[in-house]
Design a protein around this ligand. Structure first.
Ligand SMILES: C[S@@+](CC[C@H](N)C(=O)[O-])C[C@H]1O[C@@H](n2cnc3c(N)ncnc32)[C@H](O)[C@@H]1O
Length: 362
């Protein structure tokens, strides 16, 4: 019988070992100065962290413990810690809006993402949510992420490999449109949870209904009320799902200083809305809602308004995304990677990218 806590030391879950012990070359370290300003550096033997007030040698950090406080050449103090996941996702290379840590926490809990779950996700974007999903399903789970743009898949792969110290055994990325690919690649009724963060989740309704197991959870993260409304009405009209629920979360930090204890003046006021529903058993008709809206249809004008620009999505050029992808893969801790496996994954993505996009600019 296992003693609680003994197994992880012998067989640590993927990514755990790289988050413990003394600092190693290749790791990202967060330096905080006496004014609370933060800088994240990647430890390189012989490297230095320069500011206008002197510099700090990386070699002084390599081999020392987390929480160490060091002095630079001008006597400035720096506290050194590994970035937490919430720090990492807000500072990692990205090409599109990421799911904020507060929303990732809601998604994991409210969609009941558990160790060993079979989860499908789209789009991958920069991989922020993929990282939280992988942590939640664990090594024995399964996360199949779908992304229509190859450059985003590259960025996400770089970020995932950086945080886990190499490829994650439960992760698979497929390039292409979720609604087309997922039904080709997953058995009907075999998926426990579906997580969508994309412009038009309503286009995925049939695909989700096909792959989701009875009782399975489908959660959507959308940025605008128009997307929220259209997705909710599409789910209701379909009849294969339970009545959807929607909410948003707001997190307000507090200023703590002596007797001056009060909410912060500024906060992230809006990120997105969450919409959740569950798959009914096959052939079952859902309970009808008691408060039907009087008008659920959309005019042709409404439908034409759902363009990325109209809902405030920034168009990002392929060239810019390729640059971010290079940044993301250059931060991978190569020392912690099984090199041949990591290279095979990179080649696979690069081949797929060429198939989707044609030859890339040099
Ligand atoms: C906002 S980003 C996702 C951010 C990501 N969840 C994160 O936390 O980093 C939306 C992504 O969805 C992708 N996308 C949109 N529609 C898609 C579809 N039907 N199938 C696959 N990917 C899609 C876009 O290319 C974009 O990368």
């Amino acid at each position: 019988m296992n003693t609680p806590g003994s197994t992880p030391a012998e067989h640590p879950p993927h990514g755990a070992a790289v988050r413990r012990g003394p600092f190693r070359a290749g790791e990202r370290v967060q330096l905080t100065d006496e004014k609370g300003r933060m800088n994240t550096i990647t430890l390189t033997p012989g490297g230095a962290f320069h500011t206008h007030k002197g510099f700090l040698l990386h070699d002084g950090l390599i081999g020392s413990l987390e929480g160490t406080v060091l002095t630079n050449t001008s006597g400035q103090l720096y506290q050194a810690l590994r970035p937490l996941l919430s720090d990492f996702v807000l500072s990692m290379p990205r090409g599109a809006a990421v799911v904020y840590p507060k929303d990732a926490g809601q998604i994991i809990t409210m969609a009941d993402i558990y160790p060993g779950a079979r989860v499908v996700e789209a789009g991958v974007g920069s991989g922020a949510l993929s990282i939280s999903l992988l942590r939640a399903v664990g090594d024995s789970g399964y996360l199949h992420s779908f992304e229509r743009r190859a450059e985003f898949a590259d960025i996400a792969q770089g970020n995932v490999e950086t945080i886990f110290g190499g490829p994650h055994p439960a992760w698979k990325i497929t390039l292409g449109d979720f609604q087309e690919q997922v039904v080709e690649q997953e058995e009907p009724g075999s998926v426990d949870r579906v997580v969508l963060d994309m412009l038009a989740p309503w286009e995925c309704l049939d695909a989700v209904a096909t792959v989701l197991a009875p009782g399975g959870v489908w959660i959507n993260y959308v940025a605008t009320v128009t997307q929220l409304s259209r997705t909710a009405e599409a789910i209701r009209a379909d009849g294969r799902f339970t009545e959807p629920d929607a909410w948003e979360s707001m997190v307000r930090g507090w200023h703590l200083e002596g007797l001056a204890v009060r909410p912060d003046h500024r906060m992230v006021a809006h990120t997105g809305f969450l919409l959740i529903t569950r798959r009914l058993a096959h052939g079952v008709t859902g309970l009808t809602t008691k408060r039907r809206p009087s008008k659920t249809d959309f005019s042709a004008e409404d439908l034409n308004a759902w363009t990325p620009q109209a809902v405030g999505e920034r168009e990002v050029s392929d060239k810019r995304l390729r640059r971010v992808a290079r940044d993301a893969s250059s931060t991978i801790q190569r020392g912690a990677l099984p090199a041949d496996e990591a290279q095979a994954r990179r080649d696979q993505i690069a081949d797929a990218a060429r198939e989707v996009d044609g030859p890339t600019e040099s």
